[in-house]
Every structure is written in C-alpha cells, then in structure tokens.
Ligand binder design. Structure first.
Ligand SMILES: [Zn+2]
Ligand SMILES: [Zn+2]
Length: 165
C-alpha cells in the first residue's frame, strides 16, 4: 500500500508532473503567454483573461512567482508600474487585462474611485452591468459611461441632423 501513499510511486509521479508543468511555465515567453491567454470581448472592449483566476476574480499568471495578470500585461505593454502605484480597472471587470482599461494610480485615488464605483446606475437610472458599461476616451482621461445613454444620444443626434433642412 505504501506504493500509493504520498511518498510512493504515485506521489513521486505527481511531483514529477507538477515539476514538469512548472518548467514549461517558466520556459514560456511573455509573448507566448500574452498571445494565448487573452480573448478580446467586442461589446465592452475588455480583454478576457483565459488563464487562472483568483477567487476574487483577478487573473493570475506564473512569472517567477504568482503575479496578477493585469499587472503583468500592463507592464508588458506600457512599461514598469512606478513604485507605490496600484492598478485601477476603469471598466470594473477584475478579469480584464486590456491595458487601455487599466490605469496606474495612487492608492488614495483608487480608494476615492472605489466610492464612485459603488454608483451602480447612470444618472438616468440604467444599471452599470458589464454589458452596459462603455469606456469613453476624453481629453482629461478615460471614463466609464452608460452604453444605453450613449446609443440614445447618438440616435438623437442622428435624427436631429436628418431633420435639418
Ligand atoms: Zn476592461
Ligand atoms: Zn444611462
């Protein structure tokens, strides 16, 4: 019976398989990880992390230790994160790794924004679901907007333009 115990043949085999997987993960280049673990989502523009997810919804990746996937992609695309800064998800989707939806901010700003993120509906009462959240690029930065209102405004603008003589 000792054969199947943790120190027996099967325990050893499990160890070897894990060790082998660990070596493969270390051998994968950053480019290979980026190109195989990301799936763009057309509605929101978010990049879904296909790799491992933490219980709190953040992606993780093995790069000389377990690191957060969005921090890894951010550093890969936009350079090192300055010391003391934390990464804020503008789209509020923890699993999103799109560097455009990520911003390096101070912890204080992140907490202040946390208050704003508790706002669950837009000014017209539409819920900020992942599908209804729209990332808007303005001169002063990137903002979260309501997709329904955005489409509505576009329609109104269109009809106004057509009604003009
Ligand atoms: Zn996103
Ligand atoms: Zn709205």
């Amino acid at each position: 019976m000792a054969e199947n115990g943790p120190d027996g043949f099967l325990g050893n085999l499990r160890f070897h398989v894990l060790f082998f997987l660990y070596i493969i993960c270390c051998m994968l280049s950053d480019e290979q990880i980026i190109s195989t673990r990301i799936c763009p989502e057309p509605n929101t523009g978010c990049w879904i992390w296909l790799g491992n997810l933490r219980p709190d919804g953040y992606g993780r990746v093995w790069r000389k230790g377990n690191i957060l996937a969005h921090r890894f992609v951010f550093e890969y695309c936009r350079g090192p994160i300055p010391f003391g800064l934390t990464i804020d998800h503008l789209c509020r989707n923890h699993w999103c790794v799109n560097p455009i939806h990520l911003e390096a901010v101070s912890v204080r700003t992140n907490i202040q924004r946390g208050g704003r993120s508790r706002q669950t509906h837009c000014v017209h009462g539409h819920e900020f679901t992942p599908g209804n959240t729209y990332i808007e690029y303005r001169k002063d930065g990137i903002h979260r907007a309501c997709r329904f209102c955005h489409n509505n405004h576009a329609k109104i603008r269109y009809h106004r333009r057509r009604a003009r003589p």
